[in-house]
Design a protein around this ligand. Structure first.
Ligand SMILES: NC(=O)c1ccc[n+]([C@@H]2O[C@H](COP(=O)([O-])OP(=O)(O)OC[C@H]3O[C@@H](n4cnc5c(N)ncnc54)[C@H](OP(=O)(O)O)[C@@H]3O)[C@@H](O)[C@H]2O)c1
Length: 341
């Protein structure tokens, strides 16, 4: 069988976790090799189809690159590589931008226009431009996969692909892990900063954590679900967001005191009948299916015309779960012509 050559753009928390996972499942690169790894600081590391288990060592050795660090020049190199380089699949894992979706949108379009399949975990370009990117993919007979944009590696989009057509009436979910960690820390008597530090230490925060607290991360996930699963034309500014501050959390935590029978969570809701789309803090009771979301855990409740309520959840996700989502997409892309197991 053909080995698939991966170009990975973005070698931060998620990019590294993906390399680790492939080094575990396919160390010698029998199925997947890395043709290149790119980021703002690396520029392009041309790995010439390197086996996953050798990538980390090779990148460490490359650290001797003595050129002056010029991020703009390196990003230009990345663009040229994506336009001209030899690879079969682009894995896009750069930081999310919710105003322009760049540079990810351009990276993704460059690969799709060449007929190259793309897997991304980046909510920015998918929340802002999903339909445009899908059209570009279909024009070039390529695939665009984005499972890990919502609930990391939990199969949400692939699950819906396996269902008969349904009409969604409502989506309600806990989608942001950073706020969950901060809230639980505060309820245990620690302060806001300690919770944020903990979330950062395990790689859970957005590159800019303002996007966690402003509800932008959860709103982007809601928009992606509405667009991809319900064909709804909702845009990011249509989602009403409640900004979380240290003070607003302190007040809510003090209000519920030691009541173990309630949980505070940032909840995202899309009510298609009421045309209401919002992200805000809620005090959840045990009978609410979202109550089980402790720590970084996420869950979503889907209400449908042909199926009452379906709940999907992940307990305490880590970066491995996000890497798993990307890996699932890659395997899904090529499972049509290959048996992997
Ligand atoms: N962390 C999670 O749990 C999680 C879960 C699901 C989805 N995601 C999504 O996954 C993506 C990556 O997250 P992360 O936690 O890995 O972020 P991160 O640690 O901040 O890494 C971001 C990477 O993107 C690179 N980058 C940024 N701008 C670039 C540019 N203009 N050109 C080339 N490379 C660029 C950075 O390069 P330099 O470091 O060299 O500047 C870095 O390698 C984000 O879109 C995030 O929303 C994350």
């Amino acid at each position: 069988m053909d080995r698939k050559r991966i170009a990975l753009v973005g070698y931060g928390n998620v990019g590294k976790a993906l390399v680790d996972m492939l080094a575990q499942v396919d160390p010698e690169g029998k199925r997947f090799v890395f043709s290149g790894i790119c980021s703002r600081s690396i520029g392009v590391a041309n790995l010439r189809d390197l086996a996953p288990e050798k990538v980390e060592k090779k990148l460490k050795a490359n650290k001797g690159d003595t050129r002056a660090y010029n991020p703009e020049e390196r990003v230009r190199e990345v663009k040229t590589y994506l336009k001209e380089g030899d690879y079969d699949i682009l894995v896009e894992a750069t930081s999310a931008d919710y105003d322009t979706g760049e540079p990810a949108r351009s990276f993704i379009l460059t690969a799709l226009d060449r007929g190259i399949d793309v897997v991304t975990c980046n909510k920015g370009p998918i929340a802002l431009y999903l339909n445009e990117l899908k059209e570009a993919a279909s024009r070039a007979n390529a695939s665009l996969m984005f499972e890990s944009t919502v609930m990391d590696g939990t199969p949400v989009f692939s699950l819906f692909k396996s269902l008969p057509p349904v009409k969604l009436k409502k989506i309600r979910g806990v989608f942001n892990s950073t706020t969950g960690i901060i809230i639980d820390n505060m309820r245990e008597g620690k302060n806001f900063e300690q919770g944020m530090k903990r979330a950062k230490a395990i790689g859970m925060t957005e590159t800019d954590p303002v996007n966690d607290l402003s509800g932008m991360d959860a709103a982007a996930k809601l928009v992606i679900l509405c667009t991809a699963l319900a064909g709804h034309g909702i845009k990011l500014p249509d989602v009403k967001r409640e900004q979380i501050t240290e003070d607003s959390l302190k007040r809510l935590v003090a209000k519920v005191k030691d009541d173990k029978c309630v949980r505070i969570r940032q909840v995202a809701t899309a009510d298609f009948e009421k045309k209401e789309f919002k992200v805000g803090l809620e005090v959840l009771k045990p009978e609410d299916m979202l109550f089980s979301c402790s720590g970084a855990s996420n869950a979503a409740i889907f209400s449908m015309d042909l199926f009452g309520e379906m709940v999907i959840a992940e307990r305490d996700p880590t970066l491995r779960e996000t890497a798993f989502g990307i890996y699932s997409d890659i395997v899904d892309l090529y499972s049509k012509d290959t048996c992997y197991y």
